[in-house]
Design a protein around this ligand. Structure first.
Ligand code: MN
Length: 128
């Protein structure tokens, strides 16, 4: 079955880049442009993985991740954090909030594809 990947990104161009990068790998891509919508889709569609822009208007990506971690239905969905600049401490903050992995903008598309595949595989192994 196709894996469902939820893309959370409020910048149109970055969203396009994520879509174009992951389209090649045959995932079902779901999209949200703000934190509220991301939570709604996560609850409704139970994606296999979430790629989470940290800097969103309104609720931040870290806040969304923290909230999801407290919901039994969503607490185990892996989250890859995406941040605009590699600020010192950002990685730690993302991991503290419950993110499983971390990637910096500008996004290296090969790195992203590899990371997504790796996190999905790791999750599959954990479930068997
Ligand atoms: Mn953003």
């Amino acid at each position: 079955m196709k894996k469902k990947v939820l893309l959370v990104e409020d910048n149109h161009q970055n969203m396009r880049l994520l879509e174009m990068t992951l389209r090649a790998d045959n995932y079902t891509l779901l999209k949200a442009t703000d934190g509220e919508k991301a939570m709604e889709i996560a609850v409704k569609d139970k994606p296999d993985l979430i790629i989470m822009d940290i800097q969103l208007h309104g609720m931040s990506g870290l806040e969304v991740t923290e909230r999801l971690r407290q919901m039994p239905a969503c607490s185990h969905i892996p989250v890859i954090a995406v941040t605009a600049y590699a600020m010192r401490g950002d990685k730690e903050k993302a991991i503290e909030a419950g993110c499983n992995a971390y990637i910096s903008k500008p996004i290296d598309t090969r790195e992203l594809r590899g990371l997504v595949a790796e996190v999905l595989l790791r999750r599959q192994k954990d479930n068997t």
